[in-house]
Design a protein around this ligand. Structure first.
Ligand SMILES: CC(C)(COP(=O)(O)OP(=O)(O)OC[C@H]1O[C@@H](n2cnc3c(N)ncnc32)[C@H](O)[C@@H]1OP(=O)(O)O)[C@@H](O)C(=O)NCCC(=O)NCCS
Length: 169
């Protein structure tokens, strides 16, 4: 994997470290209603997860404060595809941070690292996230019907993708 440290005038995106895990747990636990994995983590769960899976997560910082993080998974270097997502602290939402951070991150992958595709999955009721992803240029590719159980109901998961070819248009 390559080093990812990005910055714009407003934000910094840098790899998540073990010292960020208290921030990560606190934010993730506030977001579980919108995530495919509904389990809440304790700090010791997160430490174990971090050590055993070496996740590629990236903290978004604004004026020295952590405002959120970008999640990545399923890095496929052969097919040049990767899955992304982002969670933002409630008090920093609707200020453009997720859009700005994901745009920087996706630009880096598609332009500099010559990735062919960025993918994601989002629960179908998550209107803010779906609007965000559409605004970034993602297109709907399909639906995994009743893919996730939330409380006592099953919900659909939308698959979305952003192609290098779309990006270069
Ligand atoms: C979804 C989420 C990441 C958006 O982060 P954010 O920093 O508030 O988003 P931004 O301010 O960058 O907004 C960019 C676009 O997203 C959409 N958007 C963001 N919040 C929205 C809301 N509450 N309602 C409708 N659209 C919304 C809009 O299209 C917005 O563009 P606009 O400002 O021109 O209307 C944030 O709400 C969040 O962390 N939610 C909980 C966790 C989650 O759902 N994560 C994604 C799981 S896949």
């Amino acid at each position: 994997m390559f080093e990812i440290n990005l910055r714009s005038e407003r934000i910094i995106i840098r790899p998540m470290k073990s010292t960020d895990l208290d921030f990560f747990v606190s934010l993730r636990n506030k977001c579980v209603a919108y995530l495919h994995d509904s389990r809440k983590f304790s700090l010791s769960d997160a430490k174990r997860w971090f050590k055993t899976t070496n996740p590629q997560y990236f903290v978004i910082e604004f004026e020295g404060s952590k405002v959120g993080y970008i999640r990545t998974s399923a890095w496929d270097l052969q097919n040049k595809n990767v899955y992304v997502g982002a969670d933002i602290e409630p008090k920093y939402r609707k200020k453009g941070f997720a859009f700005e951070a994901l745009k920087l991150f996706i630009d880096f992958l598609l332009r500099e690292k010559k990735f062919n595709k960025v993918s994601l999955e989002v629960l179908d009721f998550n209107t803010p996230a779906i609007s965000l992803y559409k605004k970034l240029g993602f297109k709907k590719e399909g639906v995994r019907r009743h893919h996730v159980k939330k409380g006592n109901r099953y919900v659909d998961s939308l698959i979305m993708g952003f192609l290098r070819a779309d990006y270069l248009k």
